[in-house]
Design a protein around this ligand. Structure first.
Ligand code: GAR
Length: 195
């Protein structure tokens, strides 16, 4: 079985990307990261990628605060293909992926989401969980489709919510679970793709 080439898209700190890189370094994930792209030029995820000598680039979404314009998706698909990417991992990427990119990588885009989907889709799922007063939440890795966090679920890990949790406390606990789950599910899914 060959080693799969991943492409990572992120908008923020990049702790999930770091977990993927750490799993690769530890020999727990048979993959390489070909390119890291961000819609925010100053996102920490880009710095982390550059520190590791990984190709990093900016997706130009200027003029659009939330939308992922078609031209930007086409440009993203082109950069991912150029880097030899076989599987795309969204890691805190905060724009909704639509047709141009989905069509370029059918059933080959994964996302990590900080809730037990289908509960609490969308933004700040950790805050949604605290405000709903649930005693359990968790994290989900799923295939990306055109909906909001609706694609096929590939793996989940449960996380306790305590009565005095703040959204930030819960988010930190959820992130620890994300960092375990995402590299493990990527490895399993990649092995299926590479068969
Ligand atoms: C993660 O908690 C991820 O689950 C969440 O953003 C954070 C990014 O952190 N994603 C979403 O809420 C997607 N709807 P990171 O940049 O440190 O990996």
């Amino acid at each position: 079985m060959g080693m799969i080439t991943l492409g990572i898209l992120g908008s923020g700190a990049g702790s999930n990307m770091q977990a993927i890189l750490d799993a690769i370094d530890a020999g727990a994930l048979d993959a390489r990261v070909g390119i890291v792209l961000s819609d925010h030029p100053d996102a920490h995820i880009l710095e982390r990628a550059e520190l590791k000598g990984i190709r990093a680039g900016v997706i130009d979404c200027s003029g659009h605060s939330m939308k992922f314009p078609d031209v930007a998706q086409e440009e993203t698909a082109r950069k991912l293909r150029e880097a030899g990417v076989e599987l795309v991992c969204l890691a805190g990427f905060m724009r909704m992926v639509k047709r141009p990119l989905l069509d370029a990588f059918p059933s080959r885009i994964l996302n990590i989401h900080p809730s037990l989907l289908p509960v609490f889709p969308g933004l700040e799922a950790w805050r949604q969980a605290v405000e709903a007063g649930v005693s359990e939440s968790g994290v989900t890795v799923h295939l990306v489709d055109a909906g909001m966090d609706t694609g096929l679920i590939l793996g989940q890990e449960r996380v306790s919510v305590f009565p005095d949790d703040t959204p930030e406390m819960l988010h930190a606990r959820l992130q620890a679970a994300e960092h375990r789950l995402y590299p493990a599910v990527i490895g399993r899914y990649a092995a299926q793709l590479m068969q």
